[in-house]
Write a protein that binds this ligand. Structure first.
Ligand SMILES: Nc1ccn([C@@H]2O[C@H](COP(=O)(O)OP(=O)(O)OP(=O)(O)O)[C@@H](O)[C@H]2O)c(=O)n1
Ligand SMILES: C[C@](O)(CO)[C@H](O)COP(=O)(O)O
Length: 263
């Protein structure tokens, strides 16, 4: 190294000359899928014959930025997930490595278990729901790009199409009093992958673990630390498979892709 190089201050993330940090994705797939109804764990259910988590893993591996995917498997299903990855040739080819770890009781716990498995050299982490199997690679890349450009936390999101009411929740189908109507123009429906500077996400998960119950997304935990989170455009095909009708929509999207692209 020349004396000139030794004296040069480290380039900021995104600045010319900055070394691109290695990116990994944590893929939480350990949920039961209660809202989808009885059956296998949701991530193992098939869309057009292929398990949902394989669709999601392929979507992440399609990004040139993603070098490692940590799949967080249903607690008793790690061996099955490993076999599925092998069977679908997602066994650590030349660009993307795969690791499988068992998940926890909540999404937050599962993500933390995935983070604990990351190697030291990872600088950027994506967290992507296996339940969003059809996210386009352009959305994955846009999130990575925004983190590389210096944002500590990035979420893809879409404007809402419904009007939203805040209510006083009641159980048992009783009518719920409306408390207000937030301005729709300021609301966004948040998707995944959410992208983070690794240290920021680790700090959020480590400091908010005890009182973090109820955090429905990772960016929300970063917000609780008082750190900035930014939104990039999401995609309608990155919707979450939650209820039975979502399976119908997902298969329709796959059929449309097949018709448009021939695969
Ligand atoms: N203990 C859990 C719970 C959820 N997840 C994952 O988090 C993502 C988003 O969660 P959600 O859609 O709520 O999935 P489920 O928890 O499976 O659904 P449900 O709440 O209907 O049971 C899914 O990919 C799911 O597998 C997880 O890894 N570990
Ligand atoms: C992370 C998430 O997909 C962002 O919309 C969502 O919050 C997950 O919620 P769920 O209740 O675990 O499905």
């Amino acid at each position: 190294m020349s004396a000139e190089n030794e004296l040069r201050p480290p380039a900021a993330a995104g600045a010319p000359g900055a070394k691109t940090p290695r990116t990994a994705a944590v893929l939480p797939a350990a949920g039961r899928g209660v809202r989808l109804g009885p059956g296998a764990p949701k991530a193992l259910r098939a869309l057009n014959g292929t398990p949902m988590l394989i669709h999601a893993a392929r979507a992440l591996a399609a990004s040139r930025a993603v070098g490692l995917v940590v799949v967080v498997a249903p607690p008793e299903g790690a061996a099955e997930v490993k076999s599925l990855l092998d069977a679908h040739a997602l066994d650590g080819g030349d660009r993307t490595d795969f690791l499988v770890v068992p998940g926890g009781e909540t999404r937050q716990e599962s993500v933390k278990l995935g983070l604990d498995a990351l190697p030291e050299d990872i600088g950027i982490v994506l967290v992507h729901d296996a339940a969003r199997p059809l996210v386009p690679v352009d959305t994955v890349d846009a999130v990575v790009e925004a983190v590389r450009a210096g944002a500590p936390a990035v979420v893809p999101a879409l404007p809402l199409t419904d009007t939203v009411k805040e209510v006083e929740p009641r159980i048992g189908g009783e009518p719920e009093p409306v408390l207000g109507t937030p301005a729709r123009s300021r609301l966004r429906a948040v998707q995944t992958p959410q992208g983070f500077d690794r240290d920021t996400l680790l700090r959020a998960h480590e400091s908010l673990a005890p009182e973090g119950e109820g955090a429905t997304d990772d960016a929300g935990m970063v917000e609780r630390l008082g750190l900035p989170v930014v939104v990039v455009p999401g995609h309608e095909e990155a919707f979450k498979v939650t209820r039975p009708l979502d399976l119908v929509l997902a298969e329709a999207v796959l059929a449309r892709r097949k018709a448009n692209r021939g695969y």
